[in-house]
Design a protein around this ligand. Structure first.
Ligand SMILES: [Zn+2]
Length: 214
């Protein structure tokens, strides 16, 4: 066993128990219990701007609780386990991209939380895919929190809210994968994909850890 493992043994992201080395951060018991939740691979409808969507788990029960801890209870380390599950779907769905990007958070949220959870997932996923992580877009105006808005309000909330913030040449004709923690209505991802495509990118896909059934 590596010294790092002895000092910082992995704990199950669902039940908190210490896990064996070959279990990584989801214990066998929780994986068996959550089989249908974790191996979600939802049959997503693609949209006008988003050409492919993948997700690793349904947003319910223990997955929902773990995502909540990841976002609000200072558990940034979950990104590694989440990204590993996302990468399984990446392979299963034969994804092929040139770079990874992520949904940006506003500065206040990052300051308060200490991290942007989508960026953490993007960085962890890039360790498996070996693709560069690029911040491609930034917010140009404030938006309301999405969780208490209706689908049509969500679309309006993010309309025109992003602009490309990297060198446009860098994304020209490139296939870009947008990473986020949860897929709900897809308004944000769709708006970012639109922004990227209008700037000349190639296909745009989206990878999330969790997927909320609408
Ligand atoms: Zn467990």
């Amino acid at each position: 066993m590596k010294i790092h493992k002895l000092l910082f043994p992995d704990r199950c992201i669902f039940c908190g128990k210490l896990t064996d080395e070959d279990e990584y951060e989801i214990c066998t018991k929780c994986r068996d219990k959550s089989e249908n939740i974790i191996k979600a691979s939802p049959d997503f409808q693609t949209t006008k701007f988003v050409d492919q969507k993948i997700a690793a788990a349904w947003y319910k029960d223990e997955v929902r609780a773990a995502v909540h801890r990841f976002k609000y209870n200072q558990k940034p380390g979950y990104a590694r386990a989440f990204a590993r599950e996302m990468y399984k779907q990446y392979i299963l769905n034969r994804c092929s991209y040139d770079m990874i990007t992520y949904v940006p958070s506003n500065r206040y949220t990052v300051f308060k939380r200490g991290y942007n959870q989508a960026k953490l997932l993007a960085v962890e996923l890039s360790k498996y895919t070996k693709l560069e992580v690029v911040q491609t877009v930034r917010k140009v105006r404030k938006t309301k929190p999405m969780f208490d808005l209706k689908p049509e309000e969500r679309r309006a909330n993010v309309l025109g809210a992003y602009e490309v913030c990297c060198d446009v040449e860098k994304i020209k004709n490139k296939r870009i994968l947008i990473v986020d923690d949860i897929f709900t209505t897809g308004s944000t991802v769709s708006e970012i994909a639109k922004t990227l495509k209008l700037a000349g990118s190639g296909e745009v896909g989206c990878a999330t850890f969790a997927y909320k059934k609408s």
